[in-house]
Design a binder for this molecule. Structure first.
Ligand SMILES: Nc1ncnc2c1ncn2[C@@H]1O[C@H](COP(=O)(O)OP(=O)(O)OP(=O)(O)O)[C@@H](O)[C@H]1O
Length: 240
């Protein structure tokens, strides 16, 4: 389904209702090839919901989402279109890391050779045979990222992948994201860690109350403000 010229992610006036609430309202944004876009917003703003809508986990009630120019739901092997890490607890705790990835590869029609390769990429080779219930938060983040890398997808979405990582882990994610973008992949990351956004982000999209209130390159976004944090607080109407 990949269309070479299409953006990694195209979101056109998407609204999502959860229960009786409209959680996202007319959200429009694009993540181009070779771009790292950070999704910012206060707790409950709708970032995770947007990522889940892109992954097809929550239905949209209006608007359209494309991944690599197509409809992810029509892909026979969605993991090869969209690499997804949405939660560090999305695993069976009784499984080992290698078993989790083998299961994911089998379910997605991915060559089992990729399992050892991604375990190596994320630094979990030594712990691959241990049960996930014994993994630290940082190790579970690494395993989630391994799952996102498994399908060698041109587009990736990551929900707060830095939480719980030690400084080496944070550096590793920073370099990994830069490498993925340099290979021409589109990457969308939700995060609250502004230092990392400033270091590795190309663009920021701020969601507030379920709508996009800012969408700019990091440089444009900061212009006229003393810091990224200051620009963000202005965007969400909390500047002093
Ligand atoms: N299954 C659900 N049913 C009803 N409301 C939900 C459901 N899941 C999330 N919400 C609501 O949707 C809103 C957006 O939640 P979401 O998790 O997308 O926010 P977020 O920006 O990712 O927040 P955080 O930074 O805390 O992770 C919140 O008000 C939340 O309570």
């Amino acid at each position: 389904m990949t269309t070479a010229a299409a953006p990694g992610i195209g979101i056109d006036r998407v609204s999502v209702r959860l229960g009786h609430r409209e959680v996202l309202s007319e959200v429009t944004l694009t993540v181009g090839r070779g771009e790292i876009v950070y999704l910012l917003g206060r707790n409950g703003a709708g970032k995770s919901t947007l990522l889940r809508a892109i992954a097809g986990i929550v239905p949209v009630c209006s608007g359209a989402i494309t991944v690599n120019g197509g409809d992810l739901a029509r892909s026979a092997r969605p993991l090869t279109e969209l690499g997804t890490h949405l939660h560090p607890d999305g695993f069976h705790p009784g499984h080992t890391g290698v078993r989790h990835l083998r299961w994911l590869a089998t379910a997605s029609g991915i060559d089992q050779k990729r399992v050892r390769a991604v375990l190596d990429d994320v630094g979990l080779t030594q712990a691959a045979g241990e049960r996930i219930s014994g993994y630290s938060l940082g190790m579970r983040q690494r395993l989630g990222i391994a799952g996102a890398l498994l399908g060698d997808a041109p587009t990736l979405i990551l929900d707060e992948p830095l939480n719980g990582l030690d400084i080496m882990g944070i550096r590793w994610v920073r370099e990994m994201l830069a490498g993925l973008a340099a290979e021409g992949r589109a990457v969308l990351v939700a995060s609250h860690l502004f230092d990392e956004v400033a270091r590795s982000g190309h663009r920021v999209v701020v969601v507030d109350g379920g709508t996009v209130v800012a969408d700019a390159t990091v440089g444009e976004f900061i212009t006229g403000h003393s810091s990224l944090e200051d620009a963000y607080l202005t965007a969400v109407g909390q500047s002093r």
